[in-house]
Write a protein that binds this ligand. Sequence first.
Ligand SMILES: *Cc1c(COP(=O)(O)O)cnc(C)c1O
Length: 371
Amino acid sequence: MSDLWQTAHPWLRELVSYEPGKPIEDVARELGLRPEQIIKLASNENPLGPSPKALAAMREMLERAHFYPDGGGYYLREAIAGKLGLTRGHVILGCGSNEIIEFIGKAFLNPGDDIVASRHAFVVYKLMATLFGARTIEVPDPGYAHDLDAMLAAITPQTKEVFIANPNNPTGTLCSQEQIDRFMARVPEHIVVVFDEAYYEFLPEPPDTLKYVREGRNVVVLRTFSKIQGLANLRIGYGLAKPELIDVLQKTRQPFNANGIAQAGALAGLLDDEHQQKTRELTWEGRDFLQREFAAMGLEFVPSHANFVLVRVGDGKRVFTELMKRGIIIRDMTAYGLPEWVRVSIGTMEQNERFLAELKTLPELARRAFA
Ligand SMILES: *Cc1c(COP(=O)(O)O)cnc(C)c1O
């Protein structure tokens, strides 16, 4: 081991880098395809792109790119709070909601602490825990869903944070209001409970977790502009918590973590209900379609509450590679300990159909379908 690794924090050696969805440009370069020939269904992005109103606001803000942004995020925090019936003091902005997961770790985790998460939960919780020298207790997830009773039972005296991804990525499963309420009635008061609601806007009847923020519980609710708002490239998300908890988190962030172009786009997008509704309907239609087709092919899938579906294809890595050669990028799930599965994001109907048509040409899946 080199000297640098001797002097760096010991837990950095264990940290496995996050493996993102493969960018279109990489696939084009590696396979000699034109970017326009490639469709990306790998990172749960909005296939419609950003709201036209967000685009206009961002273009206008580009002219002001030489100014530092509003580090306090006044207008965007006001608008988020106004929409949810909270105050600006309940809102913190992040460079993606991922950054807020890091803030929570910075604020509360010391080496030797632990966090509790579900077995196939979003991997960033564990990455951030590892970064701060904390251990992740991964709780078994029957049917790929969070088992909140088991998560409660897994809490130790060292536990500082519990993460509930609702709906979860990559499984697409949802905890009900009743399960959440039972959990919240029993979880020790000093533990910070994080509800990661990156796909909240895709739910027809979302559970209410903001009531716990209003009650002054130690709860952080995470939401993002990366998914339904189609602003993943801008890196902007937010956390909602009681003002005392937001004050703690604010201390952990860099002064200009949320850039002004992102803030302008997010603010305009937030107010564009029509674009969100259109995205929701496209997602529901595409999801129904893909799930029906998977069932018809005899492929096991986890019924999804989000804008992607986890489907069991046998050799996930091979299916990923074969589809990539055909210009379709999906996500292989080896990093999540699910080597037989892939995750596919819902695209436009045209993209969904092309994905399925190509999937059906793969011999092992074709055989399954007609067996
Ligand atoms: C996509 C996603 C996020 C948000 O990512 P950002 O782009 O950093 O806002 C957070 N949690 C989950 C579960 C996600 O799938």
